[in-house]
Design a protein around this ligand. Structure first.
Ligand code: SF4
Ligand code: SF4
Length: 340
C-alpha cells in the first residue's frame, strides 16, 4: 500500500502527520450507528474519496466554511474581515457580488465572527479529548436504558490511529460504555488490531467487490480492506458489514452476486450485513461547502427498499446458513429473516 494513503503516514491535505483530528459533530440520539440510542463522534479527515460521500464535511482534515446562501444578505462584512482575500467583493458591470475563493481560505473563522446573519459557519471544531469524552458520555443514562453507547465515526477514525486508540481506550476502560467503530477498514492491520481490545462492535463499509473501481473511483485498495476484515473476523470481533448501494456504481446484478459470494466465503462469523440504499440528503451539505458543481450524485434520486430487494433475497440463504442478520436500513430496518 502506498505510504501516503494510510492513516498513519502523511496526510494528503496538509502534508503533515495528523495526531489530533478536528471534530465536525458529536451527534446525540443517533439510531443508525450501532445498537440502541447512541452518541456518534465524527472525526474530520478521510483517506478515501467516495464521490457519493454522505458526510462530505468530514473528508478534508482542514477547517472549512459553510456558506448559507439563504441567510446571506450580501452585506460584505465577511469580505472586510477576511485576511487572505478568500472572500471578496467583485464589482462587474454595475453589479456588486460577493465571491469566495475557497482555495485561499485558511479556515481562520474571521468571516464567521463578522457575519451578523449567521450565514457563515466554521466546520470542524478543535476540542480536547476530555471535552470530546465529556460530551460523548453525557447521555449515559439513555445508553443504559436502550442498550446503546458511543460510536466513533468520520471521516475515517483509522486515519488518526493513535488518537482513536486512546479515545477508544478511555471510552471503554474508563467510561465503560458500549463502543462501536465505524470504519472503511482502509488502514494498517496493526492499528485495527489495537482497537479489538476496546471495541464491542465494528461497522465495516464494503463499498464494492471490484478492485479497479476501488482504486480508480474511491482511491482505496480492496485487498487491504478484505485482509483487514478477515483478520477482524479471525480475531473474534463483532462485525456488522455495511453495503451502501449506490446508483450506477454497485447496484448491478453482478455487483450483488459478488457481494453475496464474498460474504459467503468469509472465514468466520459476522453479526450482520446491513444494506443501506443511497440517499440524496447530502446534496445540501455539498451546496453549503461550495462543492455542488462537482458533486457527481447531484439530482440522483434516493434508492429505497425495492431497489435492493434482489440483494436482500440473494443474501437471505447465506444469512440463514451462516446465522447472521441481514437488514435493509440497519438495526431499525427490514430484515432478510422477515422475507421468509
Ligand atoms: S457578512 Fe454574512 S450576510 Fe454579509 S455578505 Fe458575508 S456571509 Fe453574507
Ligand atoms: S475563514 Fe478566514 S480565510 Fe476563510 S473566508 Fe473566512 S475570513 Fe477568509
Amino acid at each position: 500500500m502506498s505510504s501516503t494513503t494510510t492513516s498513519e503516514e502523511i496526510n494528503r491535505d496538509t502534508g503533515q502527520r495528523v495526531m489530533e483530528p478536528l471534530i465536525t459533530n458529536i451527534q446525540r440520539y443517533s439510531l443508525q450507528d450501532g445498537p440502541g440510542l447512541r452518541t456518534t463522534i465524527f472525526l474530520k479527515g478521510c483517506p478515501l474519496r467516495c464521490p457519493w460521500c454522505h458526510n462530505p464535511e468530514t473528508q478534508s482534515v482542514k477547517q472549512e466554511i459553510n456558506h448559507f446562501l439563504d441567510k446571506c444578505t450580501g452585506c460584505g462584512k465577511c469580505a472586510e474581515a477576511c485576511p487572505t482575500g478568500a472572500t471578496y467583493i467583485e464589482k462587474e458591470r454595475g453589479e456588486v457580488n460577493l465571491r469566495f475563493d475557497r482555495n485561499k481560505c485558511t479556515g481562520c473563522g474571521a468571516c464567521v465572527n463578522a457575519c451578523l446573519y449567521e450565514a457563515r459557519q466554521l466546520v470542524g471544531n478543535k476540542m480536547t479529548m476530555d471535552e470530546v469524552i465529556k460530551e460523548a458520555v453525557a447521555d449515559r443514562m439513555f445508553f443504559q436504558n436502550s442498550g446503546g453507547g458511543v460510536t466513533i465515526s468520520g471521516g475515517e477514525p483509522l486515519f488518526f490511529p493513535e488518537y482513536t486508540a486512546e479515545l477508544a481506550r478511555r471510552l471503554k476502560w474508563e467510561e465503560a460504555v458500549h463502543l462501536a467503530i465505524d470504519t472503511s477498514a482502509y488502514c494498517q492491520w496493526r492499528h485495527l488490531a489495537e482497537l479489538v481490545k476496546y471495541a464491542d462492535l465494528f461497522l465495516v463499509d464494503l463499498k464494492t467487490m471490484d478492485p479497479v473501481k476501488y482504486k480508480e473511483v474511491i482511491r482505496g485498495d480492496l485487498k487491504v480492506i478484505q485482509s483487514n476484515l478477515e483478520n477482524l473476523i479471525r480475531a473474534g470481533a463483532r462485525i456488522r458489514i455495511r453495503l451502501t448501494i449506490i446508483p450506477d456504481f454497485n447496484n448491478s446484478k453482478e455487483d450483488f452476486e459478488a457481494y453475496v459470494n464474498y460474504i459467503a466465503s468469509l472465514p468466520g462469523k459476522i453479526t450482520a450485513v446491513d444494506i443501506l440504499p443511497f440517499h440524496s440528503y447530502a446534496e445540501n451539505k455539498y451546496a453549503l461547502l461550495g462543492r455542488l458543481g462537482n458533486y457527481k450524485y447531484r439530482d440522483f434520486k434516493s434508492l429505497f427498499g425495492e431497489d435492493v430487494v434482489d440483494l436482500l433475497k440473494a443474501m437471505a440463504p447465506v444469512a440463514r446458513a451462516h446465522k447472521f442478520e441481514c437488514t435493509v436500513g440497519g438495526l431499525s430496518g427490514v430484515t432478510a429473516q422477515s422475507l421468509s
